[in-house]
Ligand binder design. Structure first.
Ligand code: COA
Length: 375
């Protein structure tokens, strides 16, 4: 039996229209800090409560490269009395917010591939933060699109999309499915502690979709999946304890522990060498010269991390053309980041060009997807 080759037929993107600039973000954060310090003035003076420090646009741009982020619901995030996204709870009959944005990205991918929902066999919802425990978001997306077959959720934090692509490719290779949608709706604003100076600037909201299919049914222009590699190594340095056993809202005292927390410096130092080595090793296994990769679509968490990883892989300082950034306008969008970069920065490559989609994040987790353009 000849081997079935999995390819990426198309990708899709949904970008929420609301944008928060660093100026707006810092103004709101600093208003909160001023209010907090005034409300706690006597306790601060008595040394019982720590005074909060203001944030700064200069720090954010220098430390991360982020200039703005898209969010689903801007006003309550910027309200110093709330500082979290808020929306009315929807009845069970209505589509959930996470599924809604996932469907939008999925429809975009299907349209670009010239595909009908009835052609798709499976939906993986691969994302950092599911809106609820069950039924699976993937099954809700499947239902909304009118897809038969099966769907399930998978969460490997910022690496969810690349883990999803390998899972989809394996289904295609094994003959369990011919067409699989990997959908990554990321409402990161819901798990970000907007009152934490160290991380309030990091995340944004978005949804992406990747259509992985058997080459036999793919459109003429597609990306062959040359090879994938996944890796996980346990670490507490990026963590989110939110869950059904330990609920909290940003208003409660222990909220910080139930939202995103990280040891940013440690993450930086430990993840950069791990990911660079993994890419070089995997390229070697596939018989590819990493320095000859035409483009790297890296996870979008921090411009410094991406600069270092790209430099180690390519052997020289990468240009924007070699390692494009979407971090400046999208912020860190968790698993969706490398897919946004791929979606927005691939049309100019020519047949035969080799590239790499690479994600890394909490777990630790890292995933590489080497792709070759066919058109
Ligand atoms: N505004 C102004 N100053 C700030 C600030 C803010 N919002 N946040 C922190 N600072 C200050 C700190 O208090 C500290 O001051 P000090 O030197 O007087 O102690 C200084 O800036 C450096 O803080 P630090 O947290 O060490 O910054 P950093 O240079 O490590 O950058 C990250 C922070 C998070 C941007 C960076 O570590 C990072 O991106 N790491 C990668 C991890 C990542 O992106 N993970 C996402 C999930 S994959």
């Amino acid at each position: 039996m000849s081997e079935i080759t999995p390819v990426i037929s198309a990708t899709g993107l949904f970008t929420p229209p609301d944008v928060i600039t660093n100026d707006e973000l810092v103004a709101s954060f600093n208003a909160y800090v001023a209010r907090y310090n005034a409300d706690n003035a006597s306790a601060i003076a008595a040394g019982k409560v720590a005074e909060l420090s203001p944030s700064s646009v200069e720090f954010i741009e220098k430390a991360s490269g982020i200039k703005a982020r898209h969010v689903i619901n801007k006003p309550p995030i910027l309200d110093p009395a709330i500082m979290a996204p808020r929306w009315d709870e929807r009845p069970n009959e209505d589509i959930s917010v996470l599924a809604e944005i996932g469907v939008k990205a999925a429809r975009d991918a299907l349209a670009r591939a010239g595909r009908l929902p009835s052609d798709v066999d499976a939906v993986l919802c691969a994302a950092s933060n599911m809106q609820r425990a069950y039924p699976a978001m993937a099954i809700e997306i499947q239902e909304a699109l009118g897809i038969e077959g099966f769907g399930f959720d998978m969460n490997v934090a910022c690496s969810s999309a690349t883990f999803g692509i390998q899972t989809a490719a394996d289904y295609v290779r094994a003959g369990h499915a011919r067409s699989v949608l990997v959908v990554s709706p990321e409402i990161c604003s819901g798990h970000l502690n907007w009152r934490d100076r160290d991380s309030h600037f990091i995340f944004g909201d978005v949804a992406t979709a990747v259509l992985v299919e058997s080459r036999e049914m793919a459109p003429t222009a597609h990306w062959e999946i040359v090879g994938t590699k996944l890796k996980t190594v346990f670490s507490n340095n990026i963590r989110n304890n939110f869950g059904f056993l330990n609920r909290a809202t940003p208003e409660t005292a222990d909220a910080a522990d139930k939202l995103f927390v990280q040891e940013g410096r440690k993450v930086f130092k430990e993840v950069v060498p791990m990911v660079a080595a993994m890419i070089i090793e995997e390229a070697g296994r596939l018989g590819l010269d990493p320095a000859a990769l035409r483009r790297l679509w890296l996870h979008q968490a921090n411009q410094g991390m991406n600069r270092l990883i790209a430099q180690r892989v390519l052997g020289h300082e990468a240009s924007e053309d070699e390692s494009p950034t979407v971090l400046d306008t999208y912020g860190n969008t968790s698993s969706a980041g490398s897919i946004i970069a791929f979606h927005l920065h691939q049309a100019d490559l020519v047949s035969g060009d080799l590239g790499l989609i690479c994600s890394f994040g909490a777990g630790y987790s890292a995933g590489t997807v080497f792709v070759r353009k066919v058109c």
